[in-house]
Ligand binder design. Structure first.
Ligand code: PBG
Ligand code: ZN
Length: 324
């Protein structure tokens, strides 16, 4: 005897009753790119709708985000001056520290997450200190200054720290540094399974963080590796991460599911710049029903096991959800 699956599909209210997955505005974190100056709001050619903004513009943006119901943001700083160790990120008056202070002062009700890495701040564009002999990132030297960066963020008022550099031992290092500085209640969301991906292309335009030589394959993960992807995230859980993440999102939903089945920590996905840009371009050329495909992606992230979605689509999704 066959089963009549269509029975529960014929009425839209019944479809709503049996729906297994939902997307809410509470699920989102919205990325923001901040540089010094006043009145700056520059759209990025490869990412329509995404801007580099000065702090005053970001404060206005927060107002709009709140009106949409989005309270969580992820900050990326773009410094005026870059050097070999990313000094701007280690300074209380650097772009990231100043931004955090300004946002928390004007909008204490915003939840401010900071991306902790060095690639936006270094002149070579790599995610840490370069070892001259091997011409690659020195893991342990980078750990030392990462602790410093975390405490700078914390003192400026960050609500959560999100290390994205894929250095081994980063979570243990940051946890210890934060605890020693009295920030034992500050959560860490780890970019725990981050692949070396071509999907980050447009981001490197907006963050001005493309490596000046080589690539990130010696520290970010090989997209071909599934078992290693699980180990990376579980290792961060054991080091004390509070939230795990898979990045990019769309091509890696199998990994999201598998990690989800191996942890009880909350999980985030990063719906990255290239994923966003592809949809935007398809929209521009009238190739797809943009809003429908966007929401299909969001549902897919949740269905795969993500609790949190970091996405440039967050505002559009919120508008859509609020209009229903
Ligand atoms: C910095 C960082 C990157 C992204 C987030 N944090 C770029 C990279 O690793 O090259 C990518 C985000 C996106 O593509 O939207 N380490
Ligand atoms: Zn980086």
């Amino acid at each position: 005897m066959f089963q009549r699956f269509r029975r529960t599909r014929l009425n839209k209210h019944l479809r709503a009753l049996v729906r297994e997955t939902s997307v809410s505005v509470n699920d989102f974190i919205y990325p923001l790119f901040i540089r010094s100056g006043k009145g700056i709001k520059t759209e990025i050619a490869s990412m329509p709708g995404v801007f580099q903004m000065s702090i005053d513009e970001v404060l206005k943006e927060c107002e709009e985000l709140k009106s949409l119901g989005i309270y969580s943001i992820l900050l990326f700083g773009i410094p005026d001056v870059k050097d070999s160790i990313g000094s701007d990120s280690l300074c209380e008056h650097g772009i990231i520290a100043s931004s955090i202070r300004a946002i928390k002062e004007a909008h204490p009700d915003m939840f401010v997450v900071t991306d902790l890495c060095f690639c936006e701040y270094t002149d070579h564009g790599h995610c840490g200190i370069i070892d001259m002999k091997t011409q690659s990132v020195n893991n342990d030297a980078t750990l030392e200054i990462s602790g410093k960066q975390a405490v700078i963020h914390a003192k400026a008022g960050a609500d959560m720290i999100a290390p994205s550099g894929m250095m081994d031992g980063i979570i243990e290092t940051l946890r210890t540094a934060l605890d020693e500085a009295g920030f034992e209640n500050l959560p860490i969301m780890s970019y725990s399974t981050k692949f070396a991906s071509g999907y980050y292309g447009p981001f490197r335009d907006v963050a001005e963080s493309a490596p000046s030589f080589g690539d990130r394959a010696s520290y970010q993960m090989d997209p071909a590796n599934r078992r290693e992807a699980i180990k990376e995230s579980i290792s961060d859980e054991m080091q004390g991460a509070d939230i795990l993440m898979v990045k990019p999102a769309l091509a890696y939903l199998d990994i999201v599911r598998e990690i989800k089945d191996n942890t009880s920590l909350p999980m985030a996905v990063y719906n990255v710049s290239g994923e966003y840009a592809m949809l935007k371009l398809a929209q521009k050329h009238n190739l797809i029903d943009y809003e429908r495909v966007m929401m299909e992606n969001m549902i897919a992230f949740k269905r795969a096991g993500a609790d949190i979605i970091i996405s440039y689509h967050a505002k559009e999704v919120a508008k859509l959800l609020n209009s229903k």
